[in-house]
Ligand binder design. Structure first.
Ligand SMILES: *Cc1c(COP(=O)(O)O)cnc(C)c1O
Length: 421
């Protein structure tokens, strides 16, 4: 066997040593905006009004408009946005919230942080998003919110969950931290539920390093979410030069979860590129799926409902039929592929009923009377368990280059598969 055919993990030559497209991205407009903030004399919304409109307010207007809703409240991060959204929806101590069994841990820990109880719901095997049947079965008289997460690169069955929310009167929260800009029946995800939540953390498709936001059409929710994130304050109506722009209201017990002006400036300038970057990701992802179908056996993308007019590829999630790879384990394939591509390939999130990051019993929030209701191990998540054994997830930066970058991914799968022939 030549050194090119030999797997990189066995000391052979890897398919790729060239760097991958960079993420996160910025251009001179972002640079200028950051310098503008630096010299403005105001770095936070709680600073003194200096006669210019805050980037935070400009971004919030643009992001609301972009998503086709009335309001947006930026936040320090996606986890903060989740807790604020839940509190605004009236979720509190001992209440139950449906949370998908596969998602980033913050979805469940945000619920625990406000003293409520995450009910872990199994996922649909085709989308890895919350299963509508399992959600129906998990609803009780204590269910106070449904947290629907659009995961990796696909969209949950929004029509079914919107119906369920109408039928039961239980508010729907859409976590769109992995789906900025996705379209369902021509409308942006996040605008279907009572609240849409976003993370703008480093890896997300719209990023300010750390950052987050909530969107809503409901003026009552908007008012409480503004106050929840800025110690009970909200924007006043007529700002006065050299005075604070926030008025003290105190209708809720808030915290400081505000986004800084530096982060807001980055988001304001990067939002303009989101559609174009999403389109490039879709184009390259479609090319990847086509090439995989032609050249590799047993590797394909997740199901997209026909209502998805535009998906957002945060992570390309690939289902792998491991019998086509000599029945190695998914984590072996992950390591082999990572070595071939010089890129960290991910597995999907470990089911939350056995995820090492999800330790509600170690939270000071939790009293003994609710501890047994929270215990993650009590939730059976067979589809989530199965999904964890046969999916890979690749960060979207690989989709921001050219067809040649995609060819390397396909070549790596081909090489690995031939190695087992
Ligand atoms: C990233 C992410 C979060 C958490 O956002 P942070 O900004 O890291 O706090 C929540 N939910 C989902 C689905 C995420 O992907």
């Amino acid at each position: 066997m030549s050194n090119r055919q030999k797997l990189a993990i066995d000391g052979g030559e890897p398919i790729r040593t060239k760097p991958w497209p960079k993420w996160p991205l910025a251009d001179s407009e972002t640079e200028i905006a950051l310098l503008d903030v630096l010299h403005s004399g105001r770095w936070a919304i709680s600073g003194m009004y200096n006669g210019t409109e805050l980037y935070e307010r400009r971004f919030s207007e643009e992001f609301a408009k972009y998503n086709g809703v009335n309001y947006c409240v930026p936040m320090s991060n996606g986890s903060a946005a989740l807790t604020v959204a839940l509190e605004a929806l009236g979720v509190g101590y001992g209440d139950e919230v449906l949370v998908p069994g596969v998602t980033w841990v913050a979805c469940a820990s945000a619920v625990v942080r406000i003293g409520a109880i995450p009910i872990l719901v199994d996922v649909d095997p085709d989308t890895l998003c919350m299963s509508i049947e399992a959600a129906r079965q998990a609803i009780t008289a204590r269910t106070k919110a449904i947290m629907l997460v659009h995961l990796y690169c696909t969209i949950a069955d929004l029509d079914a969950f919107v119906n369920l929310s109408h039928e039961t009167g239980i508010p729907l929260l859409e976590d769109c931290s992995q789906a900025h800009g996705a379209l369902w029946s021509g409308k942006r995800v996040g605008s279907f539920g009572h609240v849409g939540v976003f993370s703008m953390q480093d890896t997300k498709v719209l990023s300010s390093g750390e950052g987050g936001a909530v969107i809503t059409d409901d003026p009552v929710l908007h008012n409480s979410m503004q106050q929840l994130r800025s110690d009970g304050r909200r924007y006043g109506t007529s700002p006065v030069l050299n005075d604070i722009e926030l008025e003290e209201v105190g209708e809720v017990l808030g915290r400081n979860l505000c986004l800084s002006e530096f982060q807001a400036a980055i988001l304001y300038t990067r939002l303009k590129h989101l559609d174009e970057e999403n389109r490039l990701r879709v184009q390259n992802a479609n090319y990847l799926f086509k090439q995989l179908a032609e050249k590799v056996s047993g590797v394909k993308g997740l199901k997209l409902y026909p209502q998805v007019d535009q998906p957002t590829y945060y992570r390309i999630c690939l289902f792998v039929e491991l019998s086509q790879f000599n029945n190695i384990s998914i984590s072996q394939l992950q390591r082999i592929l990572s070595m071939e591509l010089g890129l960290r390939i991910n597995l999907v999130d470990t089911p939350l009923n056995r995820n090492i990051l999800y330790q509600p019993s170690r939270s000071r929030r939790i009293n003994n009377d609710v501890l047994n209701r929270i215990d993650p191990a009590q939730f059976a998540l067979p589809n989530a368990e199965y999904a964890a054994t046969c999916h890979l997830a690749i960060h979207h930066r690989v989709l921001l280059g050219t067809a040649q970058d995609i060819d390397d991914i396909v070549l790596a799968f081909e090489k690995i598969q031939h190695n087992f022939d």
